[in-house]
Ligand binder design. Sequence first.
Ligand SMILES: Nc1ncnc2c1ncn2[C@@H]1O[C@H](COP(=O)(O)OP(=O)(O)O)[C@@H](O)[C@H]1O
Ligand SMILES: [Mg+2]
Length: 260
Amino acid sequence: MLAIHNLEVVYNQVVRVLGGVSLRVDAGETVALLGPNGAGKTTLLRALTGLLPIHNGVITKGRLLLEETELARKAPERIVRAGLVQVMEGRRIFTDLSVEDNLRAGAHTRRDGEVRRDLDNYFTLFPRLAERRRQQAGFLSGGEQQMLAIARALMAKPRMLLLDEPSLGLSPLLVAEVGKLIRVIQQQGIAILLVEQNAALALSLAARGYVLEGGKVVIDGPAQTLREDPDVQEFYLGGAGQRRDFRQAKHYRRKRRWLS
Ligand SMILES: Nc1ncnc2c1ncn2[C@@H]1O[C@H](COP(=O)(O)OP(=O)(O)O)[C@@H](O)[C@H]1O
Ligand SMILES: [Mg+2]
C-alpha cells in the first residue's frame, strides 16, 4: 500500500537527515519504525505527509508511493484526502477548541455526509471523550489528549495512519490504553506506521518493524525476529529501556521518601 524507495531528505539545503531509506507497509498491516532520538523518524513522516517544506526540508531523492499515487511534493490536504493521515508527535490538539470541535476539525477534508454518524461512533469508542465533549480540549489530561489526537485523525477516515510516538510521556497504565486503542484501529482494517521509542509496545502491536539509526535502516524484519535480535534486545528492549525504568523507579522511591 505504501512504498518508500531510497528516500533522501535534506534540511536547510545542507543537513542530510535521511540517507536512502526504503520501507513498505501493506494494506491493513501495522509496521513499527523504531530508533533513538534524532534518527529521522519524524522527518520520514513529514516527507510522507507533505509537511517538510514548512520545516525547510526537501526530498532530494527517492519515491514515495501510496498505491499508485506519488506523494512527494503533493500538498498536505491532498495526501490526507488520499487516505494517509498523521497523528503528530506531542499530541497537537487545538487546546482552545472543545473536544467535539477538535473531532470535527479532523473531518474537514471529507466530502461525505457521515461525519455526524462517525462522531457518535467515536464517542461510543472513547467514553472519556464523550463525557467531556463540550469541554475545552486543553483541560484534558495527557492521556486523554493523546486519545483525542488519535480520534481526530480517525475522523479523516484514513486508510493508513501514521502515529508519531503515541506513548511518549504517558504513564504505563495509559500506554496500555493506547495499545488497546491501536488494536481497535487494526480491527477496522486501517494500516498503521507506528513510530515509537517504546520498542516493546511497538513490536507487540506490529507485524514487522524497521530500526532507523542516523537516517538509515539498520535492521528490519518480522516483529518476532526483531524481538529475538540480540542488538534490538540490548539497545531497544533490554538495556536502555530497563535502565530508564530503573532510573524512574529510583526517582519515585526518592520522591516517596520526601513525601512521607
Ligand atoms: N527543521 C529542521 N531543520 C534542521 N534540522 C532538523 C529539522 N528538524 C529535524 N532536524 C534534525 O534532523 C534529525 C532527525 O530529526 P527527527 O526526524 O525529528 O528525528 P526523530 O523523530 O527520530 O527523533 C535531527 O538531527 C534533528 O536535529
Ligand atoms: Mg520524532
